[in-house]
Design a protein around this ligand. Sequence first.
Ligand code: SAM
Length: 295
Amino acid sequence: MSAIDELPPLRDVIRTHGLSALKSLGQNFLLDLNLTSRVARTAGALEEMTVFEVGPGPGGLTRALLALGAKRVVAVERDSRCIAALNEVAAHYPGRLEIIEGDALATDFAPLAAGGRACIVANLPYNIGTPLLVGWLSAEPWPPFYESLTLMFQREVAERIVATPGTDHYGRLAVLTGWRAVARIAFDVAPSAFVPPPKVTSSVVHIVPRPVPLACDRRTLERVTEAAFGQRRKMLRQSLKSLGIDALALLEAAGIEPTERAEQVPVEGFVALANALVTLRAGQAPRQSVSPASS
Ligand code: SAM
């Protein structure tokens, strides 16, 4: 029995079900239920929420979410060895835990929320953390199906998510995040908290979507940040040439100095660049010839 429920301690669960950690699946388990409860509390009130969890593993965070009152947890786990252990958690919380054996990268969470309130909470496998986040931040339509993301990343990735202009970590991920959401690092977690311990410190990041981000086409914004940060030490008048457009005209239209570098430009500046790019391209597009209506 553990401190938060009547289920066996996680070490016993791991031993009983033979869940030796696999590096290929990014398995670094949290066995301290006080810590998993802290992660779950960071997500806020859960009573009315469907909580999506990626990679429940032996179920430490899953149990914390359920013990804290989550209305429903939908957990997607790729490792079939974990399913029997998770079924025991589901039996302890009848009707509140759905387990999906599959790849989170290939899972469309939005329909599973069925229009109800939802959030995402996960101790993410490191190898797929950034693609999952980019996918959730790229959701259409916006605002998305989730009210918040509470996610464990390597500290270095967490710093790239919350970075502000003028700092070394500021780049494409910070612009996408800052455009669509407000993000903060809630707390750090030492390597010793995990089994097996990873090489680096981790951080829990809390992300809340902006209801109305600045108007902008997401793909164009991505194209602009890719060009700008692709040569981040160069001035924008140089780096934006890769867009195949008059970079000086683009910068002038966006109201940005040609001598600025990508890392100095705030999110609003990139939005202005994306919108100016759409306008300039529309001006360059060959006029459609109007053919007479066929009789
Ligand atoms: N939530 C557990 C915890 O906190 O102890 C385990 C976290 S562990 C860092 C990452 C988990 O994600 C593992 O259980 C792993 O099997 C699972 N996983 C890895 N790749 C996955 C994928 N593509 N889709 C779903 N789960 C995945």
